[in-house]
Design a protein around this ligand. Structure first.
Ligand code: OXD
Length: 309
């Protein structure tokens, strides 16, 4: 049998090298050069083209090549009954937490303002800051959000967390359910979105959510562009209700050349790099799932298709 990697952005040579050491004798093919489709029993997928997964008649496992799984539910074309797993990876968790802390502390320390003063040759101390006086909201308390919330609390921030289901994190005031969203957002100086994108969280950061956050707050989105209604974000920034945003993800990627976000004075953006899938870190858990699948053992990090993550 064989595995297919369906991803335009991955280096197949690197994956083959890793898999040769982890799964000897199993061939790794690269979409669309799949050879005989019947021979493929596992797909490793990131933004698979519509119909690709359904075209593999003997598929027994789909591994999302990301922590997020929303890319698999884009087309409603998943082969029924085939289990799905996702990555839960220490390197991605560390990367994401570092990104969030960088954005939060950069904002707190007014680094963008100091860069502007430096460009003008001005020595201009601004008001002193204390992390304990800043309220940071973290949306999503899964593997990534929980770690970021814990580390922010460890730095002394007052952290509020929000998730679909109840969560308990020492040092973090936790809220759950849609009805408590506005209450959680209310006092936040900064809001970090680390939610999974599902039909329930699509567009969750809209005009209503922004209006619930106190004036002058700052948004960090490193989850998915689909969480934020971009037109509402631009309106909140332009009206002055939000004071700025750090964005790593966008409704459409790559961000269109004519997007007003590129040169918006209140926006700092990065090209979806907050947690990158690294072969050396992720290949082990995918190979382990292949081994478990063939041995009929319980899989790691199984996705619930009804919850979409
Ligand atoms: C992911 C991502 O879901 O990189 O892992 O966005």
């Amino acid at each position: 049998m064989a595995i297919v990697l369906i991803s335009a952005s991955q280096d197949i040579a690197q994956w083959r090298e890793s898999f040769a050491a982890l799964l000897s004798g199993v061939e790794l093919r690269h979409w669309p050069d799949i050879g005989v489709a019947d021979e493929i029993d596992m797909a490793i997928a990131w933004k698979a083209p519509e119909g690709a997964l359904k075209s593999l008649p003997n598929l027994r496992l789909i591994c999302s090549l990301g922590q997020g799984t929303d890319h698999l539910f884009r087309f409603d074309d998943l082969p029924p009954g085939v289990p799905i797993t996702r990555l839960v990876d220490d390197s991605m968790r560390r990367q994401m937490t570092a990104y969030v802390i960088a954005a939060v502390t950069r904002r707190l320390c007014r680094m963008a303002d100091y860069a502007a003063y430096q460009a003008k040759g001005e020595w201009h101390p601004l008001a002193a800051y204390d992390p304990a006086a800043a309220v940071v909201g973290v949306l999503g308390l899964g593997a990534l959000g929980r770690d970021a919330a814990e580390k922010l609390a460890g730095l002394g921030f007052e952290v509020r967390g929000w998730s679909r289901n109840p969560a308990f994190i020492p040092g973090v005031e936790c809220f759950n359910g849609k009805r408590s969203l506005a209450e959680m957002l209310g006092p936040c100086d900064m809001v970090c979105c680390l939610l999974a994108l599902t039909s329930e969280t699509l567009g969750i950061l809209d005009a209503r959510a922004f209006a619930a956050i106190k004036p002058g707050a700052y948004l960090i989105n490193s989850a998915r562009g689909g969480h934020v209604v971009e037109a509402d974000l631009l309106a909140a920034l332009d009206s002055g209700h939000l004071d700025g945003a750090t964005l790593d993800v966008f409704e459409a990627e790559p961000l269109a050349a004519d997007s007003p976000l590129w040169d918006h004075p209140k926006v700092e953006l990065t090209p979806h790099i907050s947690a990158v899938t690294m072969v050396q870190s992720c290949a082990g858990q995918i190979a382990e799932n292949y081994r478990r699948m063939t041995a009929g053992q319980p899989l790691l990090h199984v996705v619930d298709p009804d919850r979409e993550y």
